[in-house]
Design a protein around this ligand. Structure first.
Ligand code: ADP
Ligand code: GLC
Length: 488
C-alpha cells in the first residue's frame, strides 16, 4: 500500500464502506482502475461510525489531527483501510458522521450539513498535509468535497508544500450544490477574496459546489452529453453561467461499470449465473425473483419490468406511477425497489395493494435485491428527467434486461435506441409519461418477436462499459493540467 499517493480522491461515500447511490460505486471502482494503469491512488472519505463492509478492517493511524473548525481546538481521528492495496483514509469525528443516514432523514437534510462538510474538507487538507509528499492531484467529487479545490487554490499561494498540486472537481449531480447562508462562508476559512460571483458566492449565498467549480484546475462531469447539457439553463441548475465561464476546462468523461461487482457471470447475489453464451440462468433468476417477491406465477411467461433507484423526481418515478394502471392492463408485472420521497413511497405502496401479485414495491435500500432485480427482469425502466451518467442502465445492459430510458445525459451515451440495427434498448423523448408509455409499448411489441428480442439482448450483454477507458481519459486529463504521473 503506497502511503504517498499521486492522486488523492476526496468523496463523501465509497462502496463498499458507505453508499447512497452511484457516487459510491464510482469511488469503489475508478481508483482501482487508475491503479491498474500504474498510478498510485488514495481515497479520503468520512467514517460514518458503522461500516457496510467488514471485509476491509479499519486501523486508527492518527489521533487528534487538528482541524481548527468550528472551534480552534477541534480535531479529527484518521483511520486507514487497505482496499485491494489502495489506502483509504477515513476522517472520523463522531458528532458529525456517526449518524443513521449520510445526509438527511425523511424529515430533510441534517441542519448542520454545511458545518459537517466544511469540517470534512478542512480535515482532508490537514491530513493530506501530513502525508510524506504532496499528491500531484487532489480530485474532489460533488459538493461535499468541493471546498477542497478552493482551499488548495488559496493555500498554494502561501504554503510551498502545495505548490505543484493541481485539483479536479467532478460533478456527479448538479442539482445538489450545497447552498448555505453567507454566515457559513465567514466560518469556512476561505479568504474574503473568494466572496464574489466568480468564486464562492451564488446570489448572496455560500455555494460549495460553485466554489469547487470556480477554483479547480479542471472540472469534469460524468458523461459527454451531460457536459453539454449543463451549459444550458434547462440543465444548468443556475450554475450555467460559471460553467460556461469554465467551458474550456470542462470535460465529460463517461463513468464505467464495475464488472467485478455487476456481472451475471459471477454475481454472488444471484441464484444462478449466466452469460450471453449461456443465457438460460436468466430465466432461473426470473423464476426465483417471482418466488421471492410473491408475484403471480401465471405472469411468469410475460414480461417483468423493474425499477431500481431513488424515489425522486430526477428518476421519473412519478411518470411510472402515472402509467402503472395502463401497464397493468397489459398482462405484465412490475417490481420497484427504492426509497426517497415519502409521498412517492406511499403512492407505490398503495398501488401495490391495488394490484396484488402484479406490482411489488420494496421500500428501502437493499444491495442484494438490486442485483437480483437486474438479473430477473426483462425490461429495466429509467424515465429520468436528467441523468448525469446513470449506472443502473449500464448494469441492466450487462444483465440482458433491456433499458427503457429517457434520451438524455449518460443514458443517451450508453443506450442505442430501437430500431437502430445496433439497438440495445428503448429511448424516448421528451421525458414525459405519455412517451414513456409508448416506449414501453414498443418494447413489448419487440418482446413478442423472440428472435429479434434475443439478438437485442445479446448485443446489450456484450456491451463493454468497463472502467479502463474512463481511467485512461482521467489520466490524460490529469497530465493535461500538469501532473507528473511517472512511476515514483
Ligand atoms: P444515482 O447515483 O443518481 O442514484 P446511479 O444509476 O448512478 O444513480 O446509481 C445508483 C446506484 O444505487 C446503483 O448501484 C443502484 O443499484 C443503487 N441503488 C439505488 N437505489 C437502491 C435501492 N433502493 N436499493 C439498493 N440499491 C439501490
Ligand atoms: C449521480 C448521478 C448519476 C451518476 C452518479 C455517479 O448520483 O445522479 O447519474 O451515475 O452520480 O456518477
Amino acid at each position: 500500500m503506497d502511503s504517498h499517493p499521486q492522486i488523492l480522491f476526496v468523496a463523501s461515500e465509497m462502496y463498499p464502506f458507505s453508499k447512497t447511490g452511484g457516487l459510491a460505486d464510482v469511488m469503489g471502482a475508478l481508483p482501482l482502475a487508475l491503479s491498474r494503469l500504474g498510478v498510485s491512488v488514495g481515497v479520503i472519505t468520512p467514517f460514518y461510525g458503522r461500516l457496510a463492509s467488514s471485509e476491509f478492517p479499519l486501523r486508527l493511524i492518527y489521533e487528534d489531527c487538528p482541524v481548527g473548525y468550528p472551534w480552534p481546538d477541534t480535531t479529527a481521528d484518521i483511520f486507514l483501510a487497505d482496499y485491494h492495496g489502495l489506502p483509504v483514509y477515513f476522517i472520523s469525528r463522531g458528532e458529525y458522521f456517526d449518524r443513521r443516514f449520510l445526509y438527511c432523514t425523511h424529515k430533510g437534510d441534517y441542519f448542520d450539513n454545511c458545518e459537517r462538510f466544511i469540517f470534512f474538507c478542512r480535515a482532508t487538507m490537514e491530513w493530506a498535509r501530513r502525508l510524506s509528499s504532496p499528491p500531484e492531484i487532489i480530485h474532489a467529487h460533488d459538493w461535499h468535497a468541493a471546498l477542497v479545490p478552493a482551499y488548495l487554490h488559496f493555500l498554494r499561494k502561501v504554503d510551498t508544500f502545495w505548490k505543484k498540486t493541481k485539483s479536479v472537481v467532478t460533478i456527479h449531480n448538479l442539482a445538489f450544490q450545497g447552498r448555505f447562508a453567507y454566515r457559513l462562508f465567514l466560518e469556512s476559512g476561505l479568504p474574503s477574496a473568494a466572496w464574489n460571483s466568480s468564486g464562492a458566492e451564488f446570489f448572496g449565498d455560500f455555494n460549495l459546489l460553485k466554489s469547487g467549480i470556480s477554483y479547480a484546475d479542471l472540472v469534469t462531469t460524468v458523461s459527454p452529453t451531460y457536459a453539454r447539457e449543463i451549459l444550458t439553463p434547462e440543465f444548468g441548475c443556475g450554475l450555467e453561467g460559471i460553467l460556461n465561464h469554465r467551458a474550456a476546462d470542462l470535460r465529460g468523461i463517461l463513468n464505467g461499470a464495475d464488472y467485478a461487482v455487476w456481472d451475471p457471470r459471477q454475481d454472488r447475489y444471484l441464484p444462478s449465473t449466466y452469460s450471453p453464451e449461456t443465457p438460460r440462468g436468466k430465466l432461473r433468476c426470473k423464476e426465483s425473483l417471482f418466488h421471492e417477491l410473491c408475484l403471480d406465477p401465471e405472469l411468469l411467461s410475460r414480461p417483468l419490468l423493474g425499477f431500481v433507484g431513488r424515489l425522486r423526481e430526477q428518476k421519473g418515478i412519478d411518470m411510472l406511477l402515472d402509467i402503472l394502471p395502463e401497464l397493468m392492463r397489459k398482462d405484465v408485472s412490475v417490481v420497484v425497489l427504492g426509497e426517497g420521497n415519502l409521498q412517492f413511497e406511499a403512492q407505490v405502496q398503495d398501488m401495490m395493494e391495488t394490484y396484488p401479485g402484479r406490482l411489488v414495491a420494496r421500500i428501502g435500500y437493499t444491495e442484494d435485491l438490486a442485483h437480483r432485480i437486474q438479473a430477473g427482469v426483462d425490461l429495466f425502466l429509467m424515465p429520468s428527467r436528467y441523468e448525469p451518467c446513470g449506472l443502473t442502465q449500464m448494469y441492466s445492459l450487462r444483465y440482458g434486461s433491456l433499458p427503457v430510458a429517457s434520451a438524455l445525459g449518460g443514458l443517451l451515451d450508453t443506450i442505442t435506441g430501437y430500431p437502430d440495427p445496433e439497438s440495445t434498448g428503448f429511448i424516448f423523448t421528451p421525458p414525459d409519461a405519455r412517451t414513456f408509455l409508448q416506449s414501453i409499448e414498443l418494447a413489448l411489441e419487440v418482446w413478442e418477436r423472440p428472435a429479434e428480442w434475443k439478438a437485442m439482448r445479446t448485443r446489450a450483454m456484450c456491451k463493454d462499459y468497463s472502467w479502463s477507458s474512463a481511467a485512461q481519459q482521467y489520466i490524460q486529463a490529469y497530465t493535461d493540467i500538469g501532473a507528473d504521473l511517472s512511476p515514483a
